[in-house]
Design a protein around this ligand. Structure first.
Ligand SMILES: [Fe+2]
Length: 497
């Protein structure tokens, strides 16, 4: 018996009022409404508390369907169950209406692309980055092209360029900036030296300063960033953010995952928690769905399932336990069976076809519209680079690292370090449109916070510390789920006993 069936059984237990109706009568009732119904679905309706109401609900949801299956009936049962809760709370039923229309719109993702990695590919890729981020910066900086700076000696100038090198001298930093016309050294001292110290390389910034000889003495370093007055978005539904499930690993935390699913299915012993689950419409999984094969040396010793196809089968079984009226979005990470270089396309069809119908398979990164909420999902591999490069950051507060990505309006600014990038013609890792939410994982720790109205969430893992992680001293914070409801955010921990 799967969890959905169990939910149904529980909901009809206790005060069950059985009305005399048989499968043939149910089938006739559907026929007059223009539908056929499978025998299993009809039986399910017969055993329900209020078959007449359930028939109405199934027809309301089914719309253009020709044959009604068990799945349609189960969805209707879930909707009715929530409706009952909402009525009991004397609240409006608009949550329910939102639910019935819930959609996952993919606004932007890379489906599939082949890049050869020739020199000209890289030139096109970095030109695209420079152009896209320059466009953002131009609202605050009116730049002069580097080749034309010579005529402004001793004057105040502004430029926009890509950071090609940063060198620390005794009391200042030299930032080498490049645009499409040339390059120039910018001397950053005092407070600007502190900003320069945190430059990653390959990000696009603006600089204002005074031209002295062949260099610019920096007054101000300007990041593309997001506006200071950004407001957090209010939503009338809930989203649960999870990441790094690592299905197939010996260290997958099965029992804790079951608790999470029990909660999502509104079957928690704690009614307050069920009330929260009632409002959830989406579950977003930000990569490393499975543990993968050959991701690091001797990984096979840490696998419970050594076949990649079977790992996805196992993942599908677990996602199938989640109630069917939720939309589950799954994106890949560096452990999944797609190319490692970012952006990563969605999982191939052979794996996608294993998943239940309420799973939406997307790429990494992906820009989504969930009932009007703009959610940018990015696995988060570049956080390794950020945490390594900026000493004040740590894995204990991964959302602070995400803040740096947003500030630079790029998901993976540093090229050639731990995060491989595919040199597409267009740089699809630039954060062009400001999202309401950025959701990452990868580092297996948990952190949430708002930055200028954007909700940043890193939603940990469902895998305990692996031998490999012990060696590299990575301490995960498993089984934490971030929840966004209304304009509130919170953490639900399933790591307890
Ligand atoms: Fe992971």
């Amino acid at each position: 018996m799967n969890s959905i069936t169990l939910a149904f059984s529980m909901s009809v237990g206790g005060q069950r009022v059985v009305k005399n109706i048989d499968a043939v009568t149910v089938a006739k009732k559907f026929l007059v409404r223009g539908y056929n119904i499978s025998p299993e679905a009809a039986k399910l309706i017969c055993s329900s508390e209020d078959p007449e109401a359930l028939i109405e609900e199934v027809c309301r949801i089914a719309k253009n369907k020709f044959i009604i299956g068990e799945e349609d009936v189960l969805i209707a049962i879930q909707v009715m169950k929530r409706s009952k809760y909402i009525k009991e709370e004397k609240k409006e039923t608009h949550f329910l209406q939102v639910k019935a229309e819930q959609t996952v719109k993919v606004l932007k993702e890379v489906k599939s692309s082949i890049v050869e990695g020739k020199v000209e590919d890289f030139v096109a890729y970095f030109n695209s980055r420079l152009e896209k981020i320059s466009k953002i910066l131009r609202s605050r900086v009116q730049p002069t092209q580097i080749k034309n700076l010579g005529r402004f000696r001793g004057e105040s100038v502004s430029i926009i360029g890509m950071v090609s090198n940063v060198v620390e001298r005794k009391e200042y930093f030299v930032i080498e900036l490049e645009d499409q016309t040339g390059s120039i050294n910018c001397i950053a001292d005092g407070k600007n030296a502190e900003v320069a110290r945190e430059l990653l390389g390959d990000e696009v910034i603006g600089v204002t300063g005074t031209l002295r000889g062949n260099s610019i003495l920096v007054d101000r370093i300007i990041f593309p960033d997001v506006p200071v007055n950004g407001e957090r978005k209010q939503i009338d539904f809930g989203i649960a953010f999870i990441s790094d499930t690592h299905f197939g690993s010996k260290d997958f935390l099965e029992e804790k995952w079951k608790k999470f699913v029990e909660w999502l299915n509104c079957e928690s012993p704690d009614e307050k928690l069920n009330k929260i689950a009632e409002k959830i419409r989406y579950v977003i999984l930000a990569g490393d769905i499975v543990d993968g094969v050959g991701v690091y040396p001797e990984q096979e010793k840490e696998l419970a399932i050594i076949d990649i196809y079977q790992q996805y089968e196992f993942a599908a079984e677990h996602l199938d336990g989640i109630r069917k009226d939720l939309q589950i979005v799954v994106a890949p990470g560096n452990h999944d069976a797609v190319r490692q270089a970012e952006p990563q396309p969605p999982l191939p069809k052979e794996f996608e076809s294993l998943f239940p119908k309420n799973v939406v398979n997307v790429g990494n990164p992906v820009f989504l519209d969930l009932n009007g909420l703009k959610v940018l999902v990015y696995h988060g591999r570049s956080l390794d680079d950020i945490v390594t490069k900026i000493p004040r950051l740590s894995y204990d507060a991964p959302h602070k690292g995400m803040e740096e990505l947003l500030k630079r309006r790029h998901l993976c600014p540093l090229y050639g370090s731990r995060s491989p990038i595919a040199p597409e013609k267009e740089d699809n890792l630039v954060i062009e449109e400001i999202p309401d939410v950025i959701h990452s994982g990868h580092v297996h720790t948990f952190g949430i916070g708002f930055y200028r109205g954007v909700f940043l969430v890193n939603s940990s893992t469902w895998q305990s510390q692996t031998e490999f992680q012990k060696k590299v001293n990575l301490k995960p914070m498993p089984c934490n789920v971030a929840v966004y409801i209304g304009d509130k955010i919170g953490k639900l921990s399933f790591d307890g006993g």
